[in-house]
Design a protein around this ligand. Structure first.
Ligand code: ADP
Ligand code: ASP
Ligand code: MG
Length: 402
């Protein structure tokens, strides 16, 4: 008898009809003789609505209390889905993250799963029950509720699959699989039959929210076979897997990330140790810095620009202000109206022409590039946010349709 882990996202369970649809699909897998464990997200816009509710009362609420609030969304879904399966007449039980044994670290609102104590889960599976687990949540060593970061239910599902040694982890969502670009932005994007863990990890980290990046990281680490499919049809989805040798460079996807802000330190002294000073102050607070650009010195001065997540901007500005004597910049500037647009594909490094082609697409679309970063597997550019979607379309056309 096989064990399947399935995950259903928010749009897939947004109302009673969709919950019944999902229940039927789960029962189908169960009736085929499989053990089935399901991770489920909060319905529709529930999580966003809960955040709004919190903002009405305290826009500076502690992350601990936010987690207590946000975890309720998934609790609604698991009970409703279990009721739907009861109605069809199969044995089922719903479990919250802590009942299911999800132990996380203490990083409220963005916790990492340390382990899953599978005893309870295994007991329920052994009784041939369908087990419905709340995604996105766990409990830390203080006994407090934690959540795994937006989109984190994917990671709950992969963690279940890894801990229970499942045969496959199926992520059911509102698109037919992983596409060459977000099909909502690029109408002629193509569905990929398969994609490597590394490429998928880059795409997810660079803004393709079809999978939570940590879920891909975990699938790679624990060799979880991962499939992305639609919850609304039976179309063959995308398999995320270890990929064989890269024979020729292929751009696999284009993506954009709007959660970016740019900071420029203008006119800092052109002496050794400046970059070290600035970035150590920031990393001490556990804030990640992404694209970095430093100008060549001129008259003993240079400029350092870098990007951070938009949500980290206020804190970074505070840090820079608190240390302005040490940094000693003539001016500190920042911009929120920027986006990062990236192409991803293994073997990028051996192909000089790829970057040129990307820049040409942007030039033809009259889109200005602020910053550039390349690696073995990706090229990212920072562009004005108003141009980001156009940039994705232009680059996609250039690579996919040429
Ligand atoms: P769920 O609620 O099921 O977790 P999400 O909204 O988190 O769904 O993720 C699915 C969405 O991801 C799609 O509706 C699509 O707009 C978006 N998306 C972004 N990039 C891609 C891509 N490359 N391929 C497929 N979908 C993508
Ligand atoms: N409900 C959570 C969110 O909206 C987790 C998830 O959907 O994966 O981010
Ligand atoms: Mg999601």
């Amino acid at each position: 008898m096989g064990l399947i882990v399935q995950k259903y996202g928010g749009t897939s369970v947004r109302d009673a009809e969709r919950v019944m649809n999902v229940a039927n699909r789960i029962v189908e897998a169960y009736d085929a003789g499989n053990n089935v464990v399901v991770a489920v997200s909060a319905q529709g816009d529930t999580t966003d609505n809960l955040i709004e509710k919190a903002m009405e009362i305290n826009s500076n609420a502690s992350k601990r209390e936010m987690d207590v609030l946000l975890s309720t969304g998934e609790q609604i879904s698991i009970s409703l889905l279990a009721m739907a399966i009861e109605k069809i007449g199969r044995p089922v039980i719903s479990l919250t993250g802590w009942q299911a044994g999800f132990k996380t670290d203490a990083a409220y609102s963005n916790a990492r799963i340390d382990r899953i104590d599978t005893e309870r889960l295994q007991n329920e599976i052994d009784k041939r029950r369908i087990v419905i687990v709340a995604g996105f949540q766990g409990i830390n060593k203080y006994g407090d509720i934690t959540t795994l970061g937006r989109g984190g239910s994917d990671t709950s599902a992969v963690a279940l699959a890894a801990a229970l040694n499942a045969d496959i982890c199926e992520i059911y969502t509102d698109v037919d699989g992983v596409y060459t670009a977000d099909p909502r932005i690029v109408k002629n994007a193509k569905k990929l039959d398969d994609i490597s863990y590394d490429e998928m990890l880059e795409l997810a980290s660079l803004g393709a929210n079809v999978l939570h990046n940590r879920s891909v990281e975990m699938a790679k680490k624990y060799h979880v076979k991962l499939a992305v499919k639609s919850s609304l049809n039976k179309v063959e989805g995308t398999l995320v897997k270890e990929v064989n040798k890269v024979e020729k460079m292929l751009v696999r996807g284009v993506t954009r990330d709007n959660d970016v802000a740019r900071i420029s330190l203008c006119g800092v002294e052109d002496t050794p140790g400046k970059a070290f000073t600035v970035f150590s102050l920031i990393s001490k607070e556990n804030i990640g810095v992404d694209l970095i650009l430093q100008s060549i010195g001129n008259n003993g001065k240079k400029d350092i620009s870098f990007t951070v997540k938009e949500s980290d901007l206020d804190r970074v500005i505070e840090i820079l202000e608190e240390n302005k004597e040490i940094i000693n910049a003539q001016e500190i500037k920042f911009a929120k109206d920027v986006s990062k647009v990236s192409i991803v594909g293994a073997g990028m490094v051996n192909n000089a022409g790829v970057a040129t082609k990307m820049f040409e697409a942007l030039y033809n679309a009259h889109i200005n590039i602020n910053m550039i970063a390349t690696s073995e597997i990706k090229i990212s550019v920072l562009v004005p946010r108003k141009d980001a979607e156009r940039a994705v379309v232009a680059i996609h056309d250039k690579f996919m349709l040429a």
